[in-house]
Design a protein around this ligand. Structure first.
Ligand SMILES: [Zn+2]
Length: 325
C-alpha cells in the first residue's frame, strides 16, 4: 500500500490535505442519502481460519517483490487455488526506474446472470525497496490476497443471480524506489494501471459497475478508514453492508485520503472503494517494516472484511438503478 495524502510529511501538505478533506467531507454531507434495497435471503459466509492459513502460506515464501523467484512461487500458489475456475492472465513488462520487470495480474471470473461486473482487487507483491530484508507483507499484500482466495471458495460452484464477480490479484502495486522518492503515481500501481487501460481499450471497463479494493485488512485491531479518494455512495454501501453484518464499529472511525490501486479505476469513472486500515500498529508503525508479520493479524478481521465485501455485492446486485457516478 502507498502513502495516503493526509499523511504527507510537511505541514504545508498536511494543511492542504486537511482543507481538501474538509471540502470532500462537505460534498459527502451534501450528497443526497441513497436508499438501499431491503435485506433478504441468507447472509454471506466466510472462513476466517482458512483465509488466515492462506496468509501464513503466502508469507512462508518470504519477500515476494517483482522479478524474484519467490514472486513466481506466489503466482503459482494463487493459480493452484483457482484450478477449474475461469482464469485470465494479464502479463506484460513494466518499465520502471529500476529497469524492466515482468508483471502478472491474475483474474478469476465468476459469472452472474445480471449484465455487469463487480471487481474485487488486491495486490500480492511486496515492497521492492525492502526486497533484501525480512519484509514479508503479511498484512500489506498477504492478508488481502488470502482474502480473495477465500472469497473465491465462497463464490465457486454457486450460480449467481447478480453481477459477475471478477477477483483480481494485481501485481507491482508497490513502488520500486523508496516511497517518498518519486511521485506515487509515476512509480507504483503498475499492474492495475495496465489492467484499467487494457479494459478501457477492449470495452470491458464499461461493464464494471463497481471496483472494491482490499488492502491491509488483516490487522487484529481492525479499523477500516473512510477513504476520501473513493466514491462516496459506494463507501456508504460498504457501511450499510457492515451495519447489516453487525460490524459497523470496525468501519469508518477515521477518514483518510489514500493513494492506492483504486485510483486508475476512479480516474476512468468507475465507482470505487478502497477498504483499508492504514493504522497498523500504533501510528502505523508496522507498515513497510519487517514487523509486518502474521502474528499481528486475526482470522476475525479477515472474516469481517470478507463478509462485508460479499454483503456489499449482495446489496449492489439489488440496487436499481445504481447511483450516478
Ligand atoms: Zn505496501
Amino acid at each position: 500500500m502507498l502513502f495516503p495524502l493526509a499523511f504527507a510529511a510537511c505541514d504545508h501538505d498536511r494543511n492542504s490535505a486537511q482543507a481538501s478533506d474538509q471540502n470532500q467531507a462537505a460534498k459527502i454531507a451534501e450528497a443526497a442519502p441513497i436508499s438501499f434495497p431491503p435485506d433478504a435471503g441468507p447472509l454471506p459466509t466466510f472462513d476466517g481460519n482458512r483465509a488466515m492459513q492462506y496468509v501464513k502460506e503466502i508469507v512462508a515464501f518470504g519477500p515476494r517483490p517483482i522479478g524474484s523467484a519467490n514472486h513466481k512461487k506466489v503466482e503459482e500458489y494463487i493459480a493452484s487455488h483457482l484450478k477449474g475456475d475461469a482464469v485470465e492472465d494479464d502479463m506484460f513488462t513494466a518499465d520502471t526506474p529500476e529497469g524492466k520487470f515482468p508483471v502478472h495480474n491474475i483474474i478469476a471470473k465468476f459469472p452472474g446472470a445480471k449484465d455487469g461486473i463487480v471487481v474485487i482487487a488486491s495486490h500480492y507483491d511486496t515492497n521492492y525497496p525492502l526486497r533484501n530484508t525480512s519484509f514479508v507483507g503479511a498484512n500489506d499484500g498477504g492478508s488481502s490476497s488470502a482474502l480473495l482466495l477465500e472469497i473465491a471458495n465462497q463464490l465457486r460452484g454457486k450460480p449467481r443471480d447478480g453481477y459477475s464477480v471478477w477477483l483480481v490479484w494485481d501485481d507491482a502495486e508497490e513502488s520500486v524506489k523508496p516511497d517518498t522518492e518519486l511521485p506515487f503515481l509515476d512509480d507504483s500501481l503498475y499492474g492495475i494501471r495496465h489492467l484499467a487501460e487494457k479494459w478501457q481499450a477492449d470495452g470491458t471497463l464499461k461493464k464494471v459497475k463497481a471496483f472494491l479494493l482490499a488492502d491491509m485488512i488483516g490487522d487484529a485491531d481492525l479499523n477500516i478508514d473512510r477513504d476520501l479518494n473513493s466514491t462516496p455512495w459506494l463507501e456508504d454501501t460498504v457501511f450499510e453492508a457492515a451495519t447489516r453484518m453487525g460490524y459497523q464499529s470496525h468501519f469508518f472511525g477515521r477518514k483518510n485520503q489514500v493513494t492506492d490501486d483504486h485510483l486508475p479505476f476512479m480516474q476512468k469513472g468507475v465507482p470505487s472503494a478502497d477498504l483499508i486500515d492504514f493504522d497498523y500498529g500504533y501510528n502505523n508503525v508496522f507498515w513497510h517494516t519487517p514487523q509486518d508479520t502474521a502474528d499481528k493479524l486475526s482470522p476475525k478481521s479477515l472474516e469481517i472484511t470478507g463478509v462485508v465485501i460479499l454483503e456489499t455485492i449482495r446489496i449492489l446486485d439489488k440496487m436499481e438503478p445504481l447511483p450516478p457516478k
